[in-house]
Design a protein. Sequence first.
Length: 486
Amino acid sequence: MTKVHEDRPVLPTQQDEVAAAGSELIGGPFGRHARLGGHWLTPVRVVVLVALGMFALGMVQKVPCYDWAWFRGAGSQYTHACYSDIPHLYVVRGFADGLTPYWDRLPGDMQYLEYPVLTGLFMQVASWMTPGSGSMQHREQMYWMVNAGMLMICTAVIAVCVARTHRRRPWDALLLALAPAFALTATINWDLLALALTAVAMLMWSRGRTVLFGVFVGLATAAKLYPVLLLGVLFVLCLRAGKWRAFGGAAAGAAGAWLVVNLPVMLFAWDGWKKFYTFSQERPIDFGSVWLLISQRSGNPLTGANTYATVLTLLLCAGIALLTLKAPRRPRFAQLAFLVVAAFILANKVYSPQYVLWLIPLAALARPRWRDFLIWQAGEVLYFLGIWFYLAYTTSGEKHQGLPVEGYQLAIALHLLATLYLCAVVVRDVLLPERDVVRRDGSDDPSGGVLDGARDVFTLSDAARAPHDATPPEAQRVEWGTGPRH
């Protein structure tokens, strides 16, 4: 195999017209005679600083709520679009009263904490660091601030991992760092914990650390359910490449880590432990979902939404598996991870505005093109505004201040269409790998770890099995890992 590239970082200003145009604000595109390296401000450090700066701007956006809107009735936190679950759950989930998650029953209609165990531990640790004196408003403010500090650390971890997952493309992580939806939603809930663990897992896999990948996926799944989908992605990729030993190590690591975290709570607080799973199953259709849009437009309550969502998710995942096996070249890990998580989100019964965080790092790795990324982000920002203005409308009584139901339905449709658009572009890259910007320099799968450059042993693609009659010159030959060459 002859490499067709050096080890120099790929510069987005030389490949992406949007990045080149945007760079005019800071002096223009990187010149061919510019020196790389030799400065403390490395690409990874730049990405981290930008990500932390955007996170801080997101905190500033919450100032109207921090100062008064969280504590002065429901409507004002919606009109200012600065709602957060964190201060409210500090009180209603018993942290302010010193209750222990999963063991102690809660007053009200929610008997136990409805979050996975590792997220519950994160919430508990934050409550231990929150001052117990002062007014309840002050304690809620401090609890949000402590959580924001911990989530900022998660942001730094995510930025580092995304920047380093593709060795030669650290600048792609600026898509994550500058994503407006990331800044707006980072402190709504605790999703960044699972996101950070998932980002570490992706980095471990890209470095060939299969068991460590599994361990971090297991930990991430103990914080949020969606990271377990990555194991399904790897199953299909390893089926095509015949990498069963790598998949077995990853699956064993994930199962072991998940059990280490969950088993103590399962054994001694079963009712509290299972609340997350029963709540997820019993939850009716809710904000942001395609099912809510159908229900509101048709007037049908869709009492079978659980079944519909499950069937649609399975069908979409089956379609992605078929795409994987029929693609002319084995899809990249990040591409399939994005598609599977997007399918889960699109088919889900609820779409909370912070769920966009699950996709942002994967999108930066799957389709690192600013135009497509910004189109998608525009749809997500519009949905972010739409849900809060809709809630402002529903809580304003006779005043009807905010967005009526028709406007909210349009916001849902825009979110769905924007996500489907990005999915369609990724699918196109899978079917036409020459359009994939990551593979443009001859790379196979920079985030693929043991899959990178591996040969196929099972495929449904005639193109992958066909002999390559036109052999490129030796200096341009690239091994894509698509089976024997002739």
